[in-house]
Design a protein around this ligand. Structure first.
Ligand code: NDP
Length: 261
């Protein structure tokens, strides 16, 4: 196991999207705790400000940038301002994402396009904009995908499709960048306690029932914690994973083994 006292990310520069909540927030905090300079981005500025203070208390540095990553101008701004403020870029973590419920019979084209705009297109474009900088420092990317990217579940058609597309983006770009020293990997969480399902339309009661049911669909018998996903993301970002690229690793209590619903 890595010696955390060594601070694997000391003086490294990272961008983390979706940093106002859940997995993105846990990953940004963990990076800051290991000495990184982190651009934290999402739409809610007050949360980013509070997170930036926490990262600074933990020994890192933070640049909070509030905006919508489905907007091209904002994506350019995130990369440009990060490089301007911190002098370069070592790591990109794409965690911003949304879930929506629907089948092939009741998913509208607009809902499909909204899903892909955030879960796929924004990731592609942030990767595209970041790669020239990552090449300079032989950096790494982690995309936050899902067990839904590697297994099929009914009732979340657009979400499943978006995460499969994301996994292919991870693999293809990993292949293209491997010889140039930039690694690209995905973490593929199972159900994790965050705001995702509430933001996607479940009310508190249905979310509580979903969490309870998830004990049966995850062989380990519980849902995950954002910090458990962040631990894997930091491993894949770090030099400890220097021989890993193009992997899509489940962190899902064994759910990918069963496809249980
Ligand atoms: P949360 O809802 O807790 O976090 C989602 C983050 O994305 C928030 O910070 C939100 O911030 C941000 N976000 C949403 N839309 C936009 C947008 N248009 N522009 C910028 N930021 C945006 O969910 P999770 O932490 O769970 O989700 C993180 C990733 O993990 C997602 O990609 C999700 O698909 C994946 N995942 C989650 C699982 C789970 O069970 N929780 C399971 C498998 C995968 P704000 O609202 O402030 O903009």
């Amino acid at each position: 196991m890595p010696d955390r006292a060594q601070k694997r990310f000391q003086n490294r520069v990272a961008i983390v999207t979706g940093a106002s909540s859940g997995i993105g927030r846990a990953t940004a905090l963990a990076l800051g705790g290991e000495g990184a300079k982190v651009t934290v981005t999402a739409r809610r500025p007050e949360r980013l400000g509070a997170l930036a203070r926490e990262i600074e208390m933990a020994g890192g540095a933070a640049l909070p940038l509030a905006g919508d990553v489905t907007e091209a101008d904002f994506r350019s701004r995130v990369v440009e301002e990060t490089v301007e403020r911190f002098g370069g870029l070592d790591h990109l973590v794409n965690s911003a994402g949304v879930i929506a419920f629907g089948t092939i019979e009741n998913t509208g084209l607009d809902a499909w396009q909204r899903m892909f705009a955030l879960n796929v297109e924004a990731v592609f474009d942030l990767m595209r904009l970041s790669v020239p900088h990552l090449l300079e420092r032989k950096g790494s990317i982690v995309n936050v995908s899902s067990v839904n990217g590697i297994r099929s579940f009914p009732g979340v058609l657009a979400y499943n499709s978006s995460k499969s597309a994301l996994d292919q983006l991870t693999r293809c770009s990993a292949l293209e960048l491997a010889a140039k020293g930039v690694r690209v990997n995905s973490v593929n969480p199972g159900v994790t306690r965050t705001e995702l399902h509430l933001a996607g339309g479940l009310d508190d009661d249905r979310y509580a029932a979903f969490v309870e049911h998830s004990k049966t669909t995850h062989p380990i018998g519980r849902i995950g914690k954002p910090e458990e996903v962040a631990d894997l993301a930091l491993f894949l970002l770090s030099d400890d994973a220097g021989f890993c690229t193009g992997v899509t690793i489940p962190v899902d209590g064994g759910r990918h083994l069963t496809c249980a619903r």
